[in-house]
Design a protein around this ligand. Structure first.
Ligand SMILES: [Zn+2]
Length: 130
């Protein structure tokens, strides 16, 4: 379930020009193909009115309308059992998993890339085989 919301969030970023991509149209078409029809339908109805269909949940609060999200809905989201709509603003709720939330925080503070491990010693292995 969470992967659907991830795709929807990516699509929304493309549709609202928040994510810049060279082939935004192709990407958006591909994402639309991966999202179940009833979900994309609801998303599109909101989008044509200039509304975003997906809101990230942060600290148990819907970032779309800043209303508290009931713990029951959070639990369903955590278990990835079903999609949930915000009771207040009607957006799909997306709960980033802890690893991803951490990753998103780290993105801003870019660290140097770790060096790759030592290369396999192909030459020696070949010599040994001969
Ligand atoms: Zn909301």
């Amino acid at each position: 379930m969470n992967s659907i919301m991830q795709n929807l969030l990516k699509l929304q970023a493309l549709d609202f020009g928040e994510a810049k991509a060279k082939n935004a149209e192709a990407q958006s078409a591909e994402l639309r193909g991966q999202i179940p029809e009833p979900i994309i339908g609801h998303y599109e109805r909101l989008r044509v009115r200039g509304k975003k269909g997906v809101a990230v949940v942060r600290n148990q609060v819907c970032t779309g309308c800043h209303m508290h999200v009931p713990i029951g809905q959070i639990t369903v989201l955590m278990r990835e059992e079903d999609v949930q709509l915000c009771e207040n603003c009607g957006r799909y709720l997306y709960l980033p998993d802890p690893a991803e939330a951490e990753f998103l925080n780290k993105v801003e503070a870019t660290k140097p890339v770790a060096k790759t491990p030592a290369k396999p010693r192909k030459r020696r292995a070949l010599a040994h085989a001969a």
